[in-house]
Ligand binder design. Structure first.
Ligand SMILES: NC(=O)c1ccc[n+]([C@@H]2O[C@H](COP(=O)([O-])OP(=O)(O)OC[C@H]3O[C@@H](n4cnc5c(N)ncnc54)[C@H](O)[C@@H]3O)[C@@H](O)[C@H]2O)c1
Length: 301
């Protein structure tokens, strides 16, 4: 029997998964966490195992009405690169396919802006053609982690078409909060060059968590890929100035005021009501300003 408020959260022991699980519980969901290791907090029940195991995946999705899929190796270099792909893709496919076969109506999964190719590119020849970056920006996948996210996005489209489920892939930049985000903000303000591959972007973990909950409740149908990011730049850097210095071939299609992000989140605003609430702005971690810093690249691709 399906429990209408039971959601499976894979990767629940991870940094983002823990925050998502807590946000879901606050929104009235019962959370069944799943991970290779036990989750310390935020879940009502916990199943420990590999999402890539078919029998385990069937048990995990049994009776649930929604899936939030975060389980993955979150970069190509924590394991050997091939192992990243060989962990992530079977885990995503096995769990999401089992969810669809179980009749789960909505699947929200973590994707990554690394799919654009720059974050882990082998050299500096991979460059986005224009900013603000949006969901129509061409993919230039250049590593096994990004490839696993590209396969996830395609697979979610297949599941929406084949099973009639709603699928939403949330493309996130670097996710952090608290001291970690503060540390990165200060480091990037002092020396922006190391974050060029990510176009100086980030999302506060609390905003990422809210985006997953909003996705479940948005009442969408079909398959969606949405970018969610802070509307501020990491370290409050001036993206246009840095592009001119480091990436002069990038076409600036819309002006990016100093301190603003290179990413458009207009589509996420339109489809799930997303807007970031938290930022590392002007040297401190705090709430985004009600004017100026909200999503104002207001065209969706
Ligand atoms: N952290 C970021 O900056 C960032 C940015 C963009 C996207 N993402 C994506 O968000 C998601 C969460 O990332 P995170 O930062 O919380 O990573 P994390 O490493 O903290 O958490 C990921 C969790 O997934 C679990 N896991 C991995 N493979 C598994 C498997 N086969 N079966 C069961 N569990 C498995 C791990 O044990 C871990 O607890 C990932 O999909 C990641 O790719 C993260």
């Amino acid at each position: 029997m399906t429990d209408e408020r039971l959601v499976v959260v894979s990767g629940a022991a991870g940094a983002v998964g823990g925050a998502v699980a807590e946000e879901l519980r606050e929104a009235g969901w019962r959370v069944r966490g799943v991970d290779l290791r036990p989750a310390a907090h935020g879940v009502d029940e916990m199943l420990v195992g590999d999402c890539g195991n078919a029998e385990f995946a069937e048990r995990v999705v049994s009776g649930a009405s929604a899936l939030v899929h975060l389980a993955a190796q979150p970069s190509p270099d924590r394991l050997r690169p091939a192992r990243t792909f060989l962990n992530n893709v079977p885990a995503s496919f096995t769990l999401c396919h089992a969810a669809a076969e179980e009749g789960i109506g909505v699947i929200v999964a973590a994707s990554s802006i690394s799919i654009l190719g720059m974050a882990y590119a082998p050299d500096d020849s991979t460059v986005v053609p224009y900013v603000p970056v949006d969901e129509a920006t061409p993919l230039q996948i250049a590593d096994t982690y990004a490839l696993s996210k590209g396969v996830d996005e395609l697979m979610l489209g297949m599941i929406a078409r084949r099973f009639g489920a709603t699928t939403i892939a949330l493309r996130m930049p670097f996710v952090a909060t608290g001291e970690a985000l503060d540390g990165w903000g200060r480091a990037v303000a002092a020396d922006p060059a190391p974050r060029t591959g990510e176009l100086w972007s980030y999302i506060d973990t609390r905003d990422a968590a809210r985006a997953f909950v909003q996705s479940l409740d948005a009442g969408l149908t079909g398959a969606h890929v949405l970018t969610v990011a802070s509307s501020a730049s990491l370290g409050s850097v001036d993206v246009e100035q840095l592009l001119a210095r480091h990436l002069p071939t990038v076409e600036i299609r819309e002006r990016i005021p100093a301190g603003r992000s290179a990413y458009s989140t207009a589509l996420a605003a339109q489809r799930i009501g997303f807007s970031a609430r938290w930022c590392w702005c002007g040297g401190t971690l705090g709430r985004e300003q009600p004017s100026g810093l909200h999503t104002s690249f207001d065209h969706a691709p």
